[in-house]
Design a protein around this ligand. Sequence first.
Ligand code: PLP
Length: 375
Amino acid sequence: MIYLDNASTTPLDSGVLEKMMPYLTASFANPDSQHGAGREAALAVLNARDTLSKIIGCKSENLYFVSGGTEAGNWAVKGACAAQSDAGRHLVVSAIEHPALIESALDLRKFGYEVTFVNPDADGVIQPSAVADALRGDTAMCAVMHANNETGVIQPVEEIGAICKKAGVFYYCDCVQTAGVLPFPVGHCDALGLSAHKFYGPKGVGAIYISPTAKINRLISGGKQERGLRAGTTFVAGAVGCAAALECAVKSAAENNAAVSALRSSFEDNVLREIDGVHVNGAGARLPAHSNLSFDGCDGENILFLLDMKGIAVSTGSACSAGAVKQSHVLKAMGLSDSRIRSAVRFTFGKYNTFEEVDEVVAELKSAVAKIRRC
Ligand code: PLP
């Protein structure tokens, strides 16, 4: 298989798995247990938290292990609104957020909250002035991601953070796509989230940083884990794997970003030269891995299917629900035409891809597009 869906998930790095293995086997104890084996597991979690917080640039007591980006986003939206309900019942959420954020905000409408969705410009960038215009005296929280998962477009989160800070509004920054690629905007937000499976770590574990001055309620109640703010027995191997993966990603970020960017450039240069009627979606500054392209006269789902038949894994921004294909909300918010949205395919490169794979994908893509256009 040629895997060009690295924004969706990445393979587990073998070095990371090696570090996780003891906690999946012999050192299986519950880190909350009082005995020696429990203390050994607790030490592993403590070290993992320490490693992650040093990389993020925060204190370890302000970092909480969660199940991933979805839980982090739910906690930020629902927890911040619950803690700020006296201030008001209004949220500002960018229209290009991951469904974890959008659906969390929409859930709150049942409890009397009003949501303002801020659209990006045609290049996929959420303008700070648009966020400033959306904030109100009763805004409880704001969510604008660090970079978008479909286009890779990087958002001006420092400016947005400054606007929220001035307005006294809790600001959550979803860093799921940027962790291990860009520095964390820790000084510019009240909370940020990351997910290990996006940087060659295990699925089902991530972390959320919450500023010590931020007001937020817990989402999951129960035991006293994570200082009483996130109940549930800690996924020790996951915490260890998350830290090992981020450490590895950050250590080789410059080198990896350059390599992935070179693969993406070679891919886009060749596609634009070899195939007519191709458009790049998201002209703002992008993460190195992402290439979101639209192909005139094609349906993205058909391209995906034909490439899949050749063992090439890519994705479209659309989602299938109840048998119907739902358009990408990200490309729609950018104001792209229906035909351009329908014909979009996302290719995302990773550290295990090669130039030979790029050449093969370009050739297969050229033949798939020609085949669809002939029909
Ligand atoms: N936020 C963004 C930007 C994502 O890309 C994803 C996953 O695709 C998530 C949140 C959800 O993360 P997880 O899969 O860890 O729940």
